[in-house]
Design a binder for this molecule. Structure first.
Ligand SMILES: Nc1ncnc2c1ncn2[C@@H]1O[C@H](COP(=O)(O)OP(=O)(O)OP(=O)(O)O)[C@@H](O)[C@H]1O
Ligand SMILES: [Mg+2]
Length: 132
């Protein structure tokens, strides 16, 4: 599962990942991968990889860092600044678009594959007032 987290600086991408991991049972810290490129979490045998490509100067850095290996079928990859990896980064199943709002933030979820749509359907079933 590949999820793109798409939004300007400070719109809450890392904050959402932190909340998601906590909700799934991760008790430790969740720090921004801005400098490390990827932070790794294992929660009940599921691998979660949290990426941040903001500091890439060239998309080829995705290849140089060997990051393609992380995008396996049994992993959940959450990607901040995916456009910095351009065509080298795997296509998303789900895109989350973040925008500043008053108060808080607006999030738009877009499914880009069957898997993404399935995920969105489950998410919507837990949010009775969610807009289509
Ligand atoms: N939904 C929200 N409502 C209000 N404040 C928020 C919300 N989400 C995040 N914030 C605050 O916005 C700030 C930036 O959040 P965060 O680091 O998650 O952004 P980011 O999108 O990951 O930024 P970057 O692109 O720099 O990695 C933090 O201080 C956080 O507490
Ligand atoms: Mg961030």
């Amino acid at each position: 599962m590949v999820v793109w987290l798409d939004g300007d600086l400070g719109t809450g991408k890392t904050t959402l990942v932190r909340s998601l991991l906590r909700a799934c049972g991760h008790a430790g810290p969740v720090k921004s991968p801005t400098y490390t490129l990827v932070e790794i979490y294992v929660i009940s045998r599921i691998y979660w990889y949290h990426f941040d490509f903001y500091r890439f100067n060239f998309p080829e850095e995705f290849l140089d860092a060997g990051l393609g290996e992380y995008f396996r079928d049994d992993a959940i990859c959450l990607v901040e600044w995916p456009e910095k990896a351009a065509e080298y980064g795997p296509a998303p199943d789900l895109v989350v678009r973040f925008q500043f709002a008053e108060p808080g933030r607006t999030l738009e979820f877009v499914a880009c594959s069957e898997k993404g749509q399935e995920c969105l359907n489950m998410l919507k079933s837990g949010l009775p007032d969610a807009a289509d």
